[in-house]
Design a protein around this ligand. Sequence first.
Ligand code: FAD
Ligand code: SF4
Length: 334
Amino acid sequence: MKLFELTRADDPAQAIAAGAKATTAQQGADIRFIAGGTNLVDFMKLNVETPGKLVDINHLPFDKIESLPDGGLKIGAVVRNTDLAQHAVVRKNYAVLSQALLSGASVQLRNMATTAGNLLQRTRCMYFRDTAMACNKREPGSGCAAITGVNRGLAILGTSEHCIATNPSDMNVALAALEAVIHIRGPKGERSVPIDDFHLLPGNTPQRETILEPGDLITHVTLPPPSPGARSLYLKLRDRASFEFALASAAVVITAEGGTITRARVALGGVGAKPWRSREAEVELTWQPANQSVFQKAADSALREAKPQSQNGFKVELAKRCLVHALKLVTQTA
Ligand SMILES: Cc1cc2nc3c(=O)[nH]c(=O)nc-3n(C[C@H](O)[C@H](O)[C@H](O)COP(=O)(O)OP(=O)(O)OC[C@H]3O[C@@H](n4cnc5c(N)ncnc54)[C@H](O)[C@@H]3O)c2cc1C
Ligand code: SF4
């Protein structure tokens, strides 16, 4: 393992200037921000990430959760996952986010993990974590060992012939259904990006996972005001009940009036190369009665483009059942 230098940034400008010195985008770059460290340090131990310098951003003033004048919520980049999940406004108005966070990792990890770190956590594909194996994401052009190897846990939506890795985050799935916006400060100024445009599909460049450029620092995430009368829910299916990533998950935000769904937001986890918002499912649900056959049609349309690999065909049915059940539960409580 390479020895690295650790610098503490107390001012966002300091962090950005340090990050901007990296010659490539942040993933794989020589200078990296470190927040909770629960993802980056893991990869450094495995020699998958070998930064020369870490910029510690834990002391930046991005540790608050604040209500916005329009009724939305502003979540600082270094807010810990535990604090976010337990926040009274999140539990009341954005239950899907609280549930998604609490379904992830362990208490100890959530106490360290941050909002921005979770957004940027990298895939759990076993070949990505093993430097002896071919992996286009880790080493562009080397091939993809997963396509002909162990791919049971990998993606069935949004994949390419170069990479079939899944985005592992639970939080990201909830943020997709809540239409979160990611706020970034970088060498060229500030910009805001809807979460749907933030993560990239693998295509020919699986090593590039987000739209971040060198020096870009995530400062906060905002959530729009909750839709009046909306109910939300996160359902996660996995091999064991805790400390395990999703095989399939569903985040749903539904408004129903007199048994008719008037607004639907749907995102899937465990199946997509990025947090998978399904507008197809949303169209099937909107202005329809909240019943089993409508839920099934929505699930069928969400998975219509699925491309299973040799070992993960079961995820098509699993994800459909997960979505149908999530919709049933959330509308039962409405
Ligand atoms: C055993 C285990 C089980 C887990 N189980 C789950 C699970 O079930 N579900 C789940 O969703 N997650 C799970 N996780 C992942 C966990 O949620 C992530 O490791 C965590 O969210 C990462 O946050 P962090 O602050 O520690 O990130 P770090 O490791 O500090 O950083 C991660 C990445 O984000 C970058 N970064 C951090 N902050 C910023 C910023 N402000 N601007 C720009 N770049 C930034 C870093 O440079 C790095 O590339 C698990 C992890 C472990 C180790
Ligand atoms: S699926 Fe992606 S991350 Fe996994 S081995 Fe293939 S290229 Fe690497």
